[in-house]
Design a protein around this ligand. Sequence first.
Ligand SMILES: [Ca+2]
Length: 227
Amino acid sequence: MKNWVILLGLTVAIANVANAGVDATYSVRFESDWSSATHPPALPPNSHFSPLIGATHNPSVFVWSPGVLASAGVQQMAETGDSSVLSNEVNDLISAGLADQVVTGPSMSSTPMTVQINSLSVAEEFSLLSLVTMIAPSPDWFVGVHDVALIRDAAWVTSLSLDLHAYDAGTDNGTTFTAPNAPSNPRVPVALSSDAPFDNGVPLGRFVITLVTSSGPPDRLFSDSLE
Ligand SMILES: [Ca+2]
């Protein structure tokens, strides 16, 4: 009988921990408009976007930021589309208690196209989203968002549409999509690209972030879109 009571207590404790870790779920839709019409004169051969990669994290840390040198993981993502080093960096943040998950999503095999992360679990204590994908092929260009707050005024955000402009990771000096490798020395901070073909200011697409379910605090939802 004593063993049974202990076992029951353990089961309840695990259930409570599981419930505390997931406070909302979101879908994240990546809509690419990138085409020869949005960014003339032509797309490079095999134009695509690499697998989505990012993190949900707390305000004490950032994964990437304009004005800051790219991490090795952001450099690898932006230059090759490989997300392994960036995944390791996020796992280090998780170990330090600053992030709670590596966010992954599909690649986009051609463009224009739409791909989606159907169910992204977000915990209240790690409610900032950073998410990136390589503009491919390219020297070191990518699109993404950083430190997007999914809780505002103590409420889960119900929907967001975030335009995506090209960033230059500052790690390769190539000026065309298919330029040979030309490592930047020294490297320069991540910055929005104002060079051709991105000089017309037209976004390459957008992330549409939509609340699917929520549980636990904060339980008061915005009724208005924040777009
Ligand atoms: Ca560059």
